[in-house]
Design a protein around this ligand. Structure first.
Ligand code: NAD
Length: 322
């Protein structure tokens, strides 16, 4: 029988409904939102059962899995409650706000014998997939530095502008960029140094963060996220011993410089094709066929370690050992 899924939170939740409804082995069973307007929209869009409270979702025995597409501060408590109620859990990024929360979530999943995963959909972004391919093919020689940036200019709004809800750029875009960096490094974070600014907009969250992370294997990642940057830095800049790779913003084409048979050369090439749909294909395969989970919470925990250490580093002005 298909895995019956309840999506909680109908903002980004709408995207989840769409992907889940297209995935063999998963059934979009219900949507929950505390906002009646959003509930009505979900009902109109999908014709599914709607719930006004999370407690109702958890007490419905037909719900096999919940997807949490709610503000960041709710992910850990809601995930733990669902696991204790015997449901599988997919939570949106950011997985949670601290390493202690990540550990509690992982322990709750182990205790319940249920699946816990995080929607790190940007592991299937075509720009990231291309960077990973180029690095893994050895096209740059040994890679020692990866810079990854998503910044722009605009005032944060809604819950994203409030610290108590886990707002700010580092928990938001930073959740994607730190996770991608961990996957590229294939190593554990060792030391973190960060600059975090609260400038321009009158909000109590970070509006810019630059995080430098040294991994145990020696690779250094530089992550920048912000909403106060008038001119963004390149999306990717990767340095290896035998070449460098660049992607400006969300351009279609990468630029790569290297040496071939003694000739210094430059090439431009398109991003590889990739689709976020792969995430839910994997979730279905895990739950229906016992496949290996693509986004394991223990791996995402490493990104949370980096984010937590970055906040500590910015506070103290010192590099922090993870
Ligand atoms: N992975 C991605 O590409 C991506 C993109 C956008 C947003 N997100 C993530 O999705 C999550 C939600 O962001 P959003 O932009 O959709 O925010 P949003 O504010 O648009 O939607 C959140 C919804 O959750 C509902 N909600 C809040 N508390 C609830 C509760 N206790 N029970 C039921 N419903 C509740 C709100 O009423 C709202 O409709 C965040 O974790 C965000 O980081 C991820």
């Amino acid at each position: 029988m298909d895995v019956r899924v309840a999506v909680v939170g109908y903002g980004m939740g709408k995207y989840h409904c769409s992907d889940i409804s297209k995935t063999t082995g998963l059934q979009l069973y219900a949507v929950c939102d505390i906002d009646p307007v959003r509930r009505k929209a979900a009902q109109d869009d999908w014709g599914v059962k709607t719930f006004a409270s999370y407690e109702e979702v958890l007490s419905d025995k037909k719900v096999d899995m919940v997807v949490l597409a709610t503000p960041h501060d709710t992910h850990a408590p809601m995930a733990i409650a669902a696991l204790e109620a015997g449901k599988h859990v997919v939570t949106e990024k950011v997985m949670c706000l601290s390493v202690a929360e990540a550990d509690a979530m992982i322990a709750a999943a182990k205790k319940a014998g249920k699946m816990l995963s995080v929607f790190q959909n940007r592991r299937w972004d075509s720009d990231y997939v291309t960077v990973k391919y180029v690095v893994e093919q050895g096209m740059l020689g040994e890679v020692f530095q990866v810079a990854s940036c998503v910044d722009g200019y605009g005032q944060p709004g809604g819950w994203r502008a409030h610290k108590k809800h886990g707002g700010g750029m580092l928990y938001d875009w930073g959740a994607h960029l730190t996770d991608q960096m961990v996957q590229l490094a294939k190593s554990d974070p060792d030391t973190v140094f960060a600059q975090i600014e609260h400038r321009v907009w009158n909000v109590d969250v970070d509006t810019f963060a630059k995080v430098m992370v040294r991994f145990k294997n020696g690779m250094v990642g530089e992550i920048e996220v912000g909403c106060i940057s008038w001119i963004p830095r390149p999306r990717w800049h990767v340095r290896g011993e035998k070449g460098a790779l660049l992607l400006e913003g969300w351009d279609d084409q990468f630029r790569l410089r290297t040496e071939v048979n003694g000739i210094k050369t430059e090439m431009r090439f398109d991003k590889l094709a990739s689709s976020w749909q792969e995430y839910y294909r994997n979730i279905s395969a895990v739950l229906n066929e016992g496949a290996e989970l693509a986004v394991k919470p223990e791996e995402v925990r490493k990104a949370i370690q980096i984010i937590e250490a970055a906040f500590r580093s910015a506070e103290t002005g010192k590099a922090v050992k993870v």
